[in-house]
Ligand binder design. Structure first.
Ligand code: AGP
Length: 350
């Protein structure tokens, strides 16, 4: 019988190879061609549709689209289409379905309706033969390989990287990444390998083994990391984990912060990290037990999960690795099997 958590551990460990594969010639060229086709249509809006972990990859891409392309971007509410029968006018829009399985039925329906409504449609998926890929005009294969555990890990970072390459390719216009961008991306596999050597996650798992709840937070590019961390903690450790953007945290949830609620704060080196300083100060006033996830020591936080010092735009591809390992380690410390979370399946058909 396989060791508990062996599947999730193997999926996590493969992420440097997944990055290398996606950056390699044929995959990068295929993404570049899709990016050029998108740029040629000059979309005025980008709408993402996704669920769960893939929704967090979509949220990252929505930030990228607005910041790097200046195109308004957001996440669709699939229920508006599938439950309430909405038929939004999507002419001039690019609709991107993000799904590791390509089998989430509501996303397939949203993309089908969007295509009928005049949108350019794209599937970003780990299964290029899936229903989502079939419903979409174009497909980006994130090429992560078979994912063993129910909890998505390597497919998440593969989606992040594919979406980053796509959006930077659109920005370039012809789908070809500029040399400096390509240089930064080529560093990712090595940085990810080094990060996976760090043992802090195991130490923190011992510390938080009996935690009753947790809060995660971050701003901008780091917010999807906070959301994804909370999801991983909930589905593998059954630990109630609440996630807030740093800005939203100050609009109410701050009141529940106290020394008994561990807070994982993702603090990058850039404008998003800068905007977290006020949040950290306010958490400090509440004497919250803050663990900073980031490249530098942060005033007011006694504990830190160290991550590489990269531009905040790339940080989500790396920062999540030790947090996935924390979820794995915490589940094992609490006697759970993170490979087979209770009540969940790999593909959720709603
Ligand atoms: C991920 O860890 C979850 N098990 C789940 O939220 C998943 O991401 C969601 O069901 C979406 O799946 P998809 O990417 O295959 O569409």
């Amino acid at each position: 019988m396989a060791e508990r958590g062996a599947g999730m551990a193997a999926d996590i460990a493969e992420q440097p190879d997944v990055f290398s594969r996606l950056l390699s010639g044929p995959n990068a060229e295929a993404i570049g061609q899709v990016a050029a086709a998108v740029a040629a249509r000059r979309p005025r809006h980008i709408v993402f549709t996704a669920r769960g972990t893939s929704d967090h990859a979509a949220l990252y891409a929505a930030y990228l689209a607005e910041i790097r392309l200046g195109i308004p971007a957001g996440l669709a509410s699939p229920s508006a289409v599938t439950v309430f029968g909405a038929r939004p006018d999507l002419r001039d829009a690019l609709v991107i379905g993000v799904s590791q399985s390509g089998g989430s039925a509501d996303l397939v329906e949203v993309v089908r309706v969007a295509r009928e409504s005049g949108a350019q449609t794209l599937a970003v998926t780990n299964d290029p033969n899936s229903p989502l890929a079939g419903a979409s005009e174009m497909v980006v294969n994130v090429a992560a390989g078979h994912e063993r555990a129910v909890a998505a890990t390597k497919t998440y970072t593969a989606e992040l990287l594919a979406l980053l390459m796509l959006i930077e390719g659109v920005r370039a216009g012809d789908g070809t990444l500029p040399a400096d961008e390509r240089r930064e991306l080529d560093r990712l596999p090595g940085l990810a390998s080094a990060l996976l050597e760090d043992q802090t996650a195991w130490q923190l798992a011992a510390r938080y083994r009996f935690a009753g709840r947790m809060v995660t937070t971050g701003r901008g590019y780091a917010y999807p990391t906070a959301r994804e961390t909370a999801l991983k903690l909930m589905e593998t450790s059954y630990l109630p984990a609440l996630s807030f953007s740093g800005a939203d945290l100050l609009h109410g949830p701050l009141a529940m912060a106290d020394p008994d609620v561990p807070v994982l704060a993702v603090v990058g080196n850039g404008p998003g990290g800068g905007a977290m300083r006020e949040v950290l100060a306010r958490l400090g006033e509440r004497r919250a037990d803050v663990v900073a996830v980031g490249p530098a020591d942060v005033a007011g936080s006694a504990l830190r999960i160290p991550t590489p010092d990269v531009d905040e735009r790339y940080a989500p591809l790396l920062d999540i690795l030790p947090l996935q390992r924390l979820a794995l380690a915490l589940a094992l410390a609490r006697g759970e099997d993170p490979d087979a979370p209770r009540g969940l399946k790999k593909v959720t058909v709603t």
